[in-house]
Design a protein around this ligand. Structure first.
Ligand SMILES: Nc1ncnc2c1ncn2[C@@H]1O[C@H](COP(=O)(O)OP(=O)(O)OP(=O)(O)O)[C@@H](O)[C@H]1O
Length: 300
């Protein structure tokens, strides 16, 4: 499903935040600024990373994009529509085009894998049973879990659970996938395989990815562009392959440039033959340099 209105030029950013800001109330009655007024534009088909120290406001900023957090002011535009002006029904409709995955997967524990993936289609209520079945199958195949449709989340590994979450997020055919530290709970090998899958989803389906991360491999393997947040402010943005091209004014930007210089990453070898049912679910995903780890930024 695409919600691109006909009057929106395709070179318009898919996501545009204008003067968006957010405070939270503290228990003592004071207010805490989690996100300071900022501008952000993310193009169609981009893989965009949000990085910053703990508490910098990354998750809050991500959640402002689909209005899981409502901004105190400013505009949140996705596909040319200002989400802050939509009715509840319109917002529900528009959210079909914005998928989201979380660090802790957030699966329905008492539902099978297939039921989890079908869930966003069922609650939307506009899909026939046959359509739902076909989409569940398609999405599970996409993440390499075609043979796990009848399993329950408790029977899956962490990486497989996150794949189910990805399949569920993709079921409504979103234009954007918001990812809140999707690999933080996973080991290095599983992280690498999952990043490979996310990259394929971006390249094959053209889904725009916005990802909050603390991990260098996520930035190196996946992101084309990153924004650095400090105390709720967006302090700089750059293309990852240009990180060392000019002096960085954030400590994280400098650290990223150093780390990338020390650990250059090259893409994995071409896809190996098909996956087994045991959880190595993405063809070729385990190929690649053994030096890759889930290294975190030192100052985060
Ligand atoms: N619902 C809330 N109520 C009060 N304060 C909040 C709320 N949500 C977030 N905060 C505060 O806002 C700040 C930014 O939080 P956020 O989770 O966006 O940071 P983050 O950069 O994602 O951090 P981390 O990397 O540790 O997850 C933090 O100081 C956090 O404690």
């Amino acid at each position: 499903m695409s919600l691109v209105p006909h009057n929106v030029a395709t070179d318009e950013p898919l996501i545009r935040l204008d003067g968006v800001h957010k405070q939270f109330a503290l228990p003592d009655g004071r207010r805490f600024t989690a996100v300071q007024p900022l501008q952000l534009a993310i193009g169609r088909g981009e893989v965009f990373g949000l990085i910053g120290k703990s508490g910098a406001g990354k998750s809050t900023l991500l959640r402002l994009i689909n209005l899981l957090e409502r901004p105190d002011g400013g505009r949140v535009q996705v596909n040319g529509r200002d989400l802050t002006r939509l009715s509840r029904r319109e917002l529900r409709e528009t959210r079909q085009s914005i998928g989201m995955i979380f660090q802790q997967f957030n699966l329905l524990q008492n539902a099978t894998v297939a039921e989890n993936v079908a869930f966003p289609l069922r609650i939307h209520g506009r899909h026939s049973r046959a359509d739902i079945e076909a989409r569940v199958k398609e999405c599970l195949a996409l993440v390499g879990l075609a043979d796990k449709a009848s399993a329950y989340p408790a029977q899956l590994s962490g990486g497989q659970k996150q794949r189910v979450a990805i399949a569920r997020a993709l079921a409504p055919r979103p234009d954007v996938l918001l990812c809140d530290e999707p690999t933080s709970a996973l080991d290095a090998e599983t992280t690498r395989a999952l990043l490979h899958t996310l990259r394929e989803i971006n390249e094959r389906l053209g889904v725009t990815i916005v990802i909050v991360t603390h991990e260098l491999p996520v930035v190196q393997q996946l992101c084309r562009r990153v924004a650095v947040l400090e105390q709720g402010a967006l302090v700089e943005q750059f293309d990852v392959d240009q990180v060392a091209a000019q002096p960085r004014h954030s400590s994280l930007g400098r650290e990223l440039a150093e780390q990338i210089a020390q650990r250059p990453w090259s893409p994995p070898a071409p896809a190996a033959p098909a996956a087994s049912s045991a959880g190595r679910t993405t063809p070729g995903a385990d190929a690649g340099p053994s030096s890759l780890s889930t290294a975190r930024f030192a100052h985060v």
